[in-house]
Design a protein around this ligand. Structure first.
Ligand SMILES: [Zn+2]
Length: 448
């Protein structure tokens, strides 16, 4: 007993993952009504919001009605916390003694938000991640290495539990340093791992240049990324896949939302939204209109339909996404978002009057041969004029290619971002290396 009973078919849940779209919508509506009622009855914070907006659970008869409900912003969650019931405040919908997990957001700006989960919520996290891992080809025969610091951030905690849940073998690489982690992967012949794109590239660099080990000679065949958009940026994905000789998959999730979307083995150039567990709405940032059609970008408003301790109901995620036009060849009916999370509405900045998304710069830098994986962008003002500097590293032995690289960089950056850059070349190995989320974009202008 205790063995995983599922057959090794293509889907973790063959019913939900192939449900007709109308049926998924019906399921979402029923689940939405339930979570609305739950928060209305149990959270002073949510009830206050709803009463102010004059909306009650009985008023929701369709998914269009959902749009009349107020959104929740991260700053609101910050304001209610550190109060009773300590430390979560009055969005907590369960008695304090039912909370079994503490996590906090890892955002770089502002006070972190605390996130309580019950044991049932924690099972839900693992279930959502099981969809991800199964879709990316993880099976009970895999030995999965987790090279991350197990701490207060949710990071790959749920990936760990989901790997166990699907029956794979888990090797926690917690406090080991990068070299020790690589040796452990080699020693145990691990077949899969989970890490941020920055760290996947950093590990490959350490293996190759400090240890003389070609990472593609190791046995890692699939890598699941999170925390940064890199695995959905084609040039970064290719660098990771080439270095490790592995398939690299993206997934997106957040502490206060859950693991809401994932790339499947078909690698269709987008991510499936797990629509059985999440309701995703896309809203035009300028006009406030709701977007149903493919190809139009907007910010995501998301509801976690099953999370009970501190629910996520119409959360304004600030993530920019758009629906893909074509269904995925894998057969899942969960809709695809094209190119993953393509940016954040609060990351997009105006430089010389032009809208700039940092991910566009990453795509260019990582696509150029002769540069390392590191780069940094600094926006400042000289007098009244915005200036944008890009720091890159040339690989050892390739310094004579600098003129070609500089021309290529400038041309492609202009094409992709409509801006001119001051390019600074640094010697290989001299720029900072990041272990988790990289800070590559700095805006030094006033008001930022
Ligand atoms: Zn698919």
């Amino acid at each position: 007993m205790g063995a995983v009973q599922k057959e090794w078919g293509p889907y973790w849940n063959p019913v939900l993952e192939t449900l007709r779209h109308e049926k998924i919508r019906k399921l979402q509506l029923e689940k939405f009504k339930r979570i609305f009622k739950w928060t209305y009855e149990r959270s002073k914070f949510h009830r206050g919001l709803y009463e102010k907006a004059g909306i009650r659970p009985g008023d929701i008869r369709s998914l269009e009605d959902v749009r009349r409900m107020p959104m929740v912003e991260k700053s609101m969650m910050r304001d209610i916390q550190r109060k009773d019931p300590f430390p979560y405040g009055d969005a907590l919908c369960v008695p304090l003694e039912d909370v079994s997990e503490f996590r906090q957001t890892s955002g770089t700006t502002g006070q972190p938000v605390y996130q309580p989960d019950t044991w049932q919520d924690w099972e839900w996290w693992a279930e959502c991640w099981a969809y991800i891992l199964w879709a990316q080809g993880y099976r009970p025969s895999d030995r999965v290495f987790l090279p991350f610091g197990y701490n207060v951030f949710v990071a790959f905690w749920a990936g760990h539990y989901a790997a166990e849940k699907i029956g794979a073998e888990v090797v926690p690489g917690g406090v080991l340093d990068t070299q020790a982690r690589i040796l452990k992967i080699q020693e145990l012949k691990c077949t899969a791992m989970m890490a941020t794109p920055t760290y996947v590239l950093g590990m490959a660099d350490t293996a190759q240049n400090k240890m003389g080990i070609d990472p593609s000679s190791l046995t890692i065949r699939r890598i699941t990324c999170a925390g940064e958009p890199g695995a959905s940026i084609p040039s970064t994905k290719k660098r990771m896949e080439d270095a490790w000789g592995a398939k690299v998959f993206d997934h997106a999730g957040a502490t206060e939302i859950g693991a809401w979307c994932f790339e499947c083995e078909a690698q269709p150039g987008g991510l499936h939204v797990n629509e059985a567990f999440f309701l995703v709405e896309i809203q035009d940032v300028e006009t406030g209109e709701y977007i149903e059609e493919p190809g139009r970008r907007g910010k995501m408003i998301i509801t976690a339909l099953d999370r009970e301790a501190q629910p996520c109901v119409r959360f304004d995620s600030k993530d920019l996404i758009e629906w893909a036009a074509e269904p995925c060849p894998c057969g899942r009916t969960f809709r695809l978002i094209k190119g993953g999370v393509v940016g954040r509405s609060d990351d997009i900045t105006k430089v010389k009057g032009v809208l700039l998304a940092p991910s566009a710069i990453e795509e260019v830098v990582r696509g150029i041969d002769g540069l390392s994986d590191e780069f940094e962008v600094i926006v400042d003002k000289v007098g009244d004029i915005d200036r944008i500097a890009l720091k890159v590293e040339i690989l050892g032995g390739r310094e004579n290619e600098r003129p070609r690289i500089e021309t290529q960089l400038k041309d492609q950056l202009r094409l992709k971002t409509n801006l001119g850059y001051l390019i600074e070349f640094h010697k290989y190995g001299t720029m900072p290396r990041y272990e988790v989320k990289a800070k590559r974009f700095k805006d030094l202008r006033k008001g930022h």
